[in-house]
Design a protein around this ligand. Structure first.
Ligand code: URA
Length: 194
C-alpha cells in the first residue's frame, strides 16, 4: 500500500475514534494535513475552535501566523510538510489536553509517524515538546535547539498562539525557523525539490 493509501485508511479509522471523552464534544476529528511522504512533520497540541469546526489543524489566527512563517522558509502545508496534533479532538474551552487523553490519542500520532518516517519533527509549543521530546522541556530556554531521538531530529519552537500574545518573541522564533531551513537543506532530499 502507498503512504497515501495508508494515510487514508488511518484517517478513516481515526474519524470513528471514541477512545476518550473528547469524542463527546468534538465536531470533527482533526487528523492532520500535508503530504504523505513529508520529511518534516510539525506537531501541535490540539485543535481549537476553528480547527474543530473545519477539521484541519492550525486554521485560526495562530495558523495564519504559522503559514506566514512557513512560507518565509519555503514550506507549505499542501506542498512539502505534514502537520498534526498530539490530540485530534478539541478539549472543551481549549483547556490543556489531560494526560490520559494525550496517552490515548498519541497512538494515532505514532501510527502517522510510522507511515511518514520523517527526518525532522518540529514541536509547536511546550505541550507537544514535553510529550515528544522530554517531559521537563524548558520551552523559553530550549526552543530552536535540535534534540536527536532514534535517528530523528526534533526541534521545539514557540507556539504561534504564544507569539500572538507576545509578539516580542517573534524575531527569536523566526531565527529558529531559519535554523530549521538550514537543517532541511542539509539532511532532507526532496522537501525543497518537489
Ligand atoms: N493550536 C494547536 O496546538 N493546534 C491546532 O491545530 C490549533 C491550535
Amino acid at each position: 500500500m502507498s503512504n497515501k493509501e495508508e494515510f487514508e485508511k488511518l484517517r478513516e479509522q481515526c474519524t470513528q475514534c471514541k477512545k476518550c471523552r473528547l469524542c463527546e464534544t468534538r465536531h470533527n476529528v482533526v487528523f492532520g494535513v500535508g503530504i504523505s511522504d513529508a520529511e518534516v512533520m510539525f506537531i501541535g497540541e490540539g485543535p481549537g475552535e476553528n480547527e474543530d469546526l473545519q477539521g484541519e489543524p492550525f486554521v485560526g489566527r495562530g495558523g495564519k501566523l504559522l503559514d506566514k512563517m512557513l512560507e518565509a522558509i519555503d514550506l507549505d502545508r499542501h506542498k512539502n510538510i505534514y502537520i498534526a496534533n498530539i490530540v485530534k479532538c478539541r478539549p472543551p474551552q481549549n483547556r490543556d489536553p489531560a494526560p490520559d487523553e494525550q496517552e490515548e490519542c498519541i497512538k494515532w500520532l505514532r501510527a502517522q509517524f510510522k507511515v511518514l518516517r520523517p527526518k525532522i519533527i518540529v514541536c509547536l509549543g511546550r505541550i507537544a515538546a514535553a510529550k515528544i521530546i522530554k517531559p521537563d522541556i524548558k520551552i523559553m530556554k530550549e526552543h530552536g535547539q535540535f534534540f536527536e531521538k532514534g535517528g530523528v531530529l526534533m526541534m521545539p519552537v514557540l507556539h504561534p498562539a504564544a507569539l500572538l500574545r507576545n509578539p516580542n518573541n517573534k524575531p527569536a522564533a523566526f531565527e529558529d525557523f531559519l535554523r530549521l531551513q538550514e537543517k532541511i537543506k542539509e539532511i532532507c532530499t526532496h522537501t525543497y525539490n518537489q
